[in-house]
Design a protein around this ligand. Sequence first.
Ligand code: SF4
Length: 319
Amino acid sequence: MGTVTAIRIAKRTGFCYGVREAIDKAKEARAAGKPTHTLGQVVHNEGVIRDLQDLGIRTVGTLDEVEQGAAVVIRAHGVRPEVMDRAAHRGLEVIDGTCTWVIQEQRELSKLVEEGYSIVLLGTPQHPEVVGLLGFAPDAIVVDEEGDWDRIPRRKKMALISQSTQPPWKFEKLAAFMVGRSHELKIVNTVCPVTIRRQQDTLESARDVDLMVVVGGRSSANTKELTRLCGIVGTPAVQIESVRDLGDAAAFAGATVVGVTGGTSTPIEDLHAVARRILELAGTPAAAADAAALADEAFANAATPAGRTTSLPAAAAAG
Ligand code: SF4
């Protein structure tokens, strides 16, 4: 028999503003009747991609797949400047969904290049945001885990900058490491505040519950970080991509209160479905019978404006 009586949703969840805005821009373009494409998946979430497809918005891998005159949405991660130039050259209507925070990172990088710094970028190699950033500083050295850091050369004038979703503790540790490698060190802290808040809220929830469920992409570094943080406060955590991964009640054995949080690419609707499923699967008989209402309640207690999935009026969002 199940033991779960309640679900707590972390205070701020759902899309970050960058992802939300990019999705909304694609929907708006489509609602205005334009043939609309997104360059790469706007978000690595099957449900969202399916919804966009249903609205007639196609995901393409390259600009060559977009017919002349059509609209192409650049996702929140941004792209190399050459990609923007090529799109314009091909006569496409570019809708720039690059997150304002990422635009700021790109500007900071260009400035560091102009100022002659040897640049170290803390980020996940091959991550689209990092690939885009390297377009602004092709000689930057990308490092990720601590094992990589020995590759950083000793230079007189060095700068450190970060991909938006890196954990703040890692950035600080790398900054300290680099102090001993340079004469002049410029630190530009571009860890996104949304990432920081998400981590704080997850820690806060994890302290109050018996088990955490973290919902997000399997390979997403920031989702993995949320799972790791739960472990730091001693709360076991299960990381899943979607409600479909929840089949085994054994994972909830003995847990009474379960917390749910998600990465910045996970819509709040997915968290709601997860909350409900946990109660159905592992709830006490009373909680399982009332799963939908209890999930709504958990959500009502947590949802903040930051947890919105869209900023569009209902008609435009529906396309
Ligand atoms: S995590 Fe921050 S920087 Fe990255 S897309 Fe979201 S809001 Fe923008």
